[in-house]
Design a protein around this ligand. Structure first.
Ligand code: KG4
Ligand code: ZN
Length: 327
């Protein structure tokens, strides 16, 4: 089984070819950091235009890398939401056009499902059900992944996502965009105990998240401390919150075979190592995809497509793009 995957829901344009037996034959990606940098964040209209320009050449390149032709694919999987609607439409319409032209089915993938199943692309031994911490720029959720198309949401953020807080912290500290990796680098040279910062919802009974108060606190005190110390203290606060909330969710997920992390913030080494220790303490396996698979990419969309294809879950060509689409 061979799936072409397309991703364009935020600020990465991507195309990938992935097989049902977990071989990534090609994965191509074009970021838009340069276009958005002057604005310190993703500008939807600029993103949509950039996707239009980048997507077709990326598909051509992915086909050339893998040596297959469009006639060889079994289905086209495209992100159909959630995300910036202009961008989502670019990838979905392109996917529909290819599916129609080659006479193969379309699979409309929820971007969050792409993240949720991505650990199974990297790890053949990861079986359902597993507890997933999905932490990205737009989302912060704890999900019990019971199977393909079977997701039980145990918790979500009541305000901002963790990645958003990383990006905002980077902006306040003048570290540039995108913020997560920049904050992580600065944090390595700072003292995580130097700046007193709140840990919203710490120890509260429901495993929900909140980062708005932390974000606001960073903005308030940033000028009074060394940027490296703010970065390190901020990162330590995020890690504490993620660990405390995930520990709550573990109690509510008996039978989970593993603790899994996915999404852009899962690329953060402090987050990964703290979660690994938490899993150890609870006798759970810990699974984190390789870094390139954590941030947005099309291999995860192709893989989710492969899983859905195997389950017989196909979509009609009039499937709409959706800005909002909870799992
Ligand atoms: O999954 P993703 O690529 O896009 C969304 O679906 O949101 O996640 C992007 C988010 C951004 O907020 C970015 O700052 C954050 O992931 N991120 C990181 C790191 N790498 C990316 N946050 C912390 N540490 C990192 N190393
Ligand atoms: Zn994402």
């Amino acid at each position: 089984m061979l799936i072409l995957g397309l991703e364009s829901s935020c600020d990465e344009t991507a195309a990938a070819l992935v097989t049902g037996d977990r071989r990534v034959l090609a994965h191509r990606l074009a970021g838009q950091e340069e276009a958005h940098r002057p604005y310190g964040g993703v500008v939807p209209e600029i993103a949509a235009r950039a996707h239009v320009e980048a997507l077709e050449p990326l598909i051509e390149a992915a086909l050339a890398d893998s040596g297959v032709s469009l006639a060889d694919i079994d289905a086209v999987a495209a992100t159909a939401g959630p995300g910036l609607i202009g961008g989502v439409m670019v990838g979905l319409v392109t996917g529909k056009a290819i599916a129609h032209a080659v006479g193969k089915p379309l699979i409309a993938v929820n971007h969050l499902e792409g993240h949720a199943l991505s650990p199974r692309l990297a790890d053949p031994d990861l079986v359902f059900p597993y507890l997933l911490l999905l932490v990205s720029g737009g989302h912060c959720q704890l999900l019990l992944v019971e199977g393909v198309n079977r997701y039980r949401r145990l918790a979500t953020t009541i305000d901002d996502a963790a990645g958003e807080a990383f990006d905002k912290t980077a902006k306040v500290l003048g570290l540039g965009f995108p913020g997560g990796p920049a904050v992580e680098r600065a944090a390595q040279m700072g003292d995580p105990t130097a700046v007193p910062l709140p840990r919203p919802l710490f120890r509260s009974p429901e495993p929900h998240f909140s980062f708005a108060g932390l974000k606001a606190a960073v903005a308030r005190i940033a000028g009074d401390y060394r940027p490296e110390d703010v970065a390190a203290s901020f990162q330590a606060a995020v890690v504490d919150c993620l660990i405390d909330r995930t520990a709550r969710a573990i109690d509510r997920a008996p039978g989970a075979t593993a603790l899994v992390v996915a999404g852009g913030v899962a690329a953060n080494n402090a987050v990964r190592s703290a979660l690994s220790s938490l899993a150890d303490a609870h006798g759970l396996r810990f699974v984190a995809p390789p870094l390139w698979l954590c941030t947005d990419n099309a291999a995860m969309i192709a893989w989710a497509g492969a899983e859905r294809f195997a389950a017989g879950l196909l979509d009609p060509l009039d499937t709409p793009a959706r800005a909002r689409w909870p799992l």
